[in-house]
Write a protein that binds this ligand. Structure first.
Ligand code: ATP
Ligand code: MG
Length: 400
């Protein structure tokens, strides 16, 4: 006997009305996609529930993959047996013995199929007695047990589950449209991307690259960050924009303290074109109120003037230490702190304006024709498709 199913709970409260069906279908599709490398593993849906059928696979390996899937509230490992008392006893005993650091337990029976001949209360006692007489060192604690062996008798079969493992929460990626993530090599933007994905948003990324001032290693950093993010969704296209010429022109034409503001506006203008081309309805940045000069209220107001697209700023109210905590959790922190320069750190003026005015910046921009340079940058975009990280052995095989 062993765990042969993973029961998936998806927080029904968040799902309302018509959305519900498409959410559930998307979730099932996302789980299937994530588990496709496991041959014979199946993902099934019954009323209000989803099950992964392991078909002999190690449950823990499969579970690890599922932990990054948004839309799942919790999991339990489960055993499916016939509606037969002896089989149920055996499975309950297995569930108890497989728990880690367990001293106390209780049994909770739910009899959904009323044609099963033993009532819940009675079956509770039978099973409790069976577990006690077949083990040592365990005691019953109905209020705060270390493990709750749950027995659910349904028409088609009985499911035995024990501990509840937390999932990532959120909504299934792909149920809330798509956003264009402005992805620098810093700490913030990957976290912003992760949080957008958590609300069900699919992402594409755009990165402004200024060779030779920014190196290939800086670009690699962005690719590595995007790759980390794929583990929470699926493949991510990264649009790498050659930004050098435009950026040099900006800093040639603009007084030092407004350079940053103009540069940000150009980034948004280019991002908007990419959104239009790709049918994407919003942008996402790692901006955070008050962190640096370009992220004051006045600055955001002035920068935002160039686009009507919604800009998601998931980090806007967070403290830096909260952002860092997430970046460590999602494993992007170590990549983000690699020391290579990005285009902003190179051109950043010593004293950027903290209250840049719209009329000032419009005046500076009117002194030259940036349209052509924008078009040139867009024409030069390289789209890199980042797929999910392959397992080491797959990559290894590919080398020979
Ligand atoms: P991050 O840690 O994400 O780099 P930051 O705190 O350094 O953010 P800024 O440098 O002011 O803040 O950048 C604000 C936002 O602008 C970033 O979070 C990112 O979304 C976007 N951005 C900055 N530089 C680039 C770039 N080279 N390519 C794409 N987006 C960028
Ligand atoms: Mg940065």
């Amino acid at each position: 006997m062993e765990y042969d199913h993973i029961l998936i709970r998806y927080g029904e409260l968040a799902l309302k009305g018509k959305n519900r069906k498409s959410f559930v279908e998307k979730l099932q599709q996302n789980i299937r996609h994530k588990l496709q490398e496991f041959e014979n593993v199946k993902v099934k849906r019954t009323q209000g529930r989803m099950f992964v059928l392991l078909n002999g696979h190690d449950p823990h390996e499969v579970l690890e993959k599922c932990k990054n899937i948004f839309g799942i509230h919790s999991f339990s490992l489960a055993i499916k047996v016939e509606n037969d008392l002896e089989k149920i006893k055996e499975a309950a005993l297995y569930a108890l013995k497989n728990g880690e650091n367990i001293k106390t337990f209780k049994v909770t029976v739910k009899r959904i199929d009323k044609s099963f001949p033993i009532r819940s209360q009675e079956l509770n006692q039978i099973l409790g007695g069976h577990l006690l007489s077949n083990t040592e060192d365990y005691t019953v604690d109905v209020h705060h047990p270390d493990i709750d062996v749950k027995v659910e008798i349904r028409q088609e079969a009985t499911y035995i589950t024990s501990s509840i493992i937390r999932g990532s929460g959120g909504l299934p990626v792909g149920t809330s449209g798509k956003t264009l993530l402005l992805l620098s090599g810093g700490i913030d933007s990957p976290v912003a991307g992760y949080l957008a994905m958590k609300r069900g948003v699919e992402i594409e990324a755009i990165h402004f690259h200024s060779p030779p001032f920014t190196s290939d290693r800086a670009k690699q950093k962005v690719i590595d960050l995007a790759e980390k993010l794929t583990s929470y969704g699926s493949k991510i296209n990264v649009h790498v924009v050659p930004f050098t010429k435009l950026q040099q022109k900006i800093f040639q034409e603009t007084p030092d303290n407004y350079g940053m503001t103009v540069m940000r506006r150009m980034m948004l203008r280019i991002s908007e074109r990419v959104c239009q081309k790709e049918g994407i309805l919003s942008m996402t940045t790692g901006e955070n109120l008050g962190q640096v000069a370009s992220q004051t209220m006045t600055s955001m107001y002035t920068i935002n003037e160039v686009t009507n697209y919604p800009i998601l700023r998931p980090l806007i109210t967070m403290d830096k230490d909260e952002i860092i905590e997430i970046s460590k959790k999602i494993d992007t922190f170590d990549i983000s702190i690699r020391p290579y320069e990005d285009c902003c750190t190179i051109f950043v003026p010593k004293a950027p304006k903290t209250k840049p005015k719209r009329d000032r910046v419009n005046y500076y921009e009117s002194n030259y024709d940036y349209e052509e340079l924008i078009q040139e940058a867009i024409d030069g975009i390289e789209v890199i498709e980042i797929s999910e990280k392959k397992r080491a052995e797959d990559v290894f095989e590919g080398l020979f």
